[in-house]
Design a protein around this ligand. Structure first.
Ligand code: SF4
Length: 175
C-alpha cells in the first residue's frame, strides 16, 4: 500500500490512545489501525495516518475562472482544475457524486506529480491552478506541493471548498 505514489503520510494528525486523530478537516476523525476516516481517503496504517489519494487525479479541465465562485479574480483567465475522490460531506444531491462518493483505489490510480501538473498548466495556456470537483481539503498534501511550485512559476492558486477544514489546514494553505 505505502509503495504507491498516491499514498503519503498525512501532514496533520496526532496519536489518540490506540488510534490516530486526523486534524485535516473539522470532523477530526479518530481512526483505528487498518481503518479509514469518514471521507475514506485517509487510513491508519500501522499507527500512522496516510492520505490514499496524493496526486490521484479523477478529473482535469482548463476552466474559465468565471466558472468558479470568485468575484473579479483574474477575469478572463483560465485555471487548470483537478480533483480526486471523496468528500467530508455526504449531501444526497451532490452534482459530482460519481467522484465525491467514490473512494480512491489502487486499481484506478491516475497519478500526476506536482511537477507534471505545473507543466500542464503551461501547456494548456492557463494562468493558475484550482483544486476542485471533490472536496480539495482532502488533497491538502498534494495542494501544498502543487501551489509552491506554481507560485514559483508566477501562477495563482485557488481552492473551491466547502470550507470545513481545520484551522491548521487553513494556516498551511494561506502561509
Ligand atoms: S479529512 Fe477525512 S479522515 Fe480527516 S478528519 Fe476529515 S473526514 Fe476525517
Amino acid at each position: 500500500m505505502k509503495t504507491s505514489s498516491c499514498v503519503k503520510e498525512a501532514l496533520l494528525y496526532e496519536q489518540a490512545g490506540k488510534k490516530v486523530r486526523c486534524k485535516t478537516c473539522d470532523r477530526f476523525c479518530e481512526i483505528a489501525i487498518g481503518k479509514l476516516g469518514f471521507c475514506k481517503t485517509r487510513m491508519n496504517i500501522d499507527g500512522k495516518l496516510y492520505t490514499l489519494e496524493y496526486g490521484d487525479i479523477s478529473s482535469i479541465s482548463a476552466n474559465p475562472i468565471e466558472k468558479k465562485l470568485f468575484f473579479h479574480f483574474f477575469p478572463g483567465s483560465k485555471a487548470l482544475t483537478v480533483g480526486s475522490y471523496g468528500c467530508n460531506f455526504s449531501c444526497p444531491w451532490c452534482q459530482n457524486w460519481e467522484i465525491s462518493k467514490s473512494v480512491p483505489t489502487r486499481a484506478r490510480n491516475n497519478y500526476i506529480s506536482p511537477e507534471r501538473f505545473v507543466q500542464l498548466v503551461k501547456e494548456n495556456g492557463c494562468h493558475g491552478t484550482s483544486i476542485s470537483f471533490n472536496e480539495p481539503t482532502l488533497l491538502l498534501e498534494y495542494s501544498l506541493d502543487v501551489f509552491a511550485l506554481a507560485k514559483k512559476e508566477g501562477y495563482y492558486n485557488t481552492y473551491v471548498t466547502n470550507g470545513h477544514m481545520s484551522s491548521d489546514t487553513l494556516s498551511l494553505l494561506v502561509s
